[in-house]
Design a protein around this ligand. Sequence first.
Ligand SMILES: [Zn+2]
Length: 323
Amino acid sequence: MKNNLRIINLLLFLSLFLSACDMQAQKKDEKGRKTNDKDMKLNELTAEEKAVIISKGTEIPFTGVYNNHWKTGTYNCKQCDAPLYNSTDKFDGHCGWPSFDDEIKNAVKRIPDRDGRRVEIVCANCGGHLGHVFEGEGFTDKNTRHCVNSISLTFKPLELKKDTKKVAYFAGGCFWGMEYHFAKAKGVTQCEVGYMGGKIQNPTYQQICTGTTGHYEAIKVVYNSEITDFETLARLFFEIHDPTQTDGQGPDIGEQYLSVAFYGSEDEKQILLKLIALLEAKGYDIATGLLPVVTFWNAEEYHQRYYQKKGQKPYCHSYTKRF
Ligand SMILES: [Zn+2]
């Protein structure tokens, strides 16, 4: 499947490269852009950028700066700076170009290609060429892949006002699955997986896998306190893992997979106690431990955004309504 996709993409690249050399098309597009966008302030483009954005060419796969890029923020139009894609919608399509399964509302326009087979995507604001959109490939739930040239984009990292940036920490089994669900939650701006609670400094995955270092596989959830709050995230925590399991989580058994909620203040501790009491009143026998926040050690890079990079879904975590 992956190899076939690479061959198809290489063929697409060659055909697009030829069409990029079509000077007739270039003249028409440049003219169209000028007449449509009298008042729009456009950035100066290099010859390489023009070959893609104006002449609808395609960059060589696996060469773009955003192909393997997983920071939090928005991907904006290189030509007009309009925000086009959120980093939360990015996944690894293994095709050599940045892949997104959704666009920012009304930011991207779809145009049937002249070849009658594919659908071109352009910036809805300036008409700059982005790439193509494909449906029905089954990569993610949305079943859509915007295949975008890196060179058509500019990444803008998310900047939070300091007083609205808050952090919460949870442990609930395999951290890949925990991250998968928290990363989708409203108001969450960044997630990192790592290790908390153990005895040694800077633990490695190999060390914590022994189940003897005292570390839990944990997740650091950075959120915007104007959009969400600790209680909302803590409720989600109790609903995306089984807080009644006493020996681990799902098939993952061991001390490092135990359910633990960390509190950074007395207020947060009281919220957790309230939620546990609510669940126990509903008949759940809660096994979740409560611990004060201690040092969070980031896990190795290959564990970060694991499911997002793989385009897969967790084996161990799913949402169950409990409140
Ligand atoms: Zn644009």
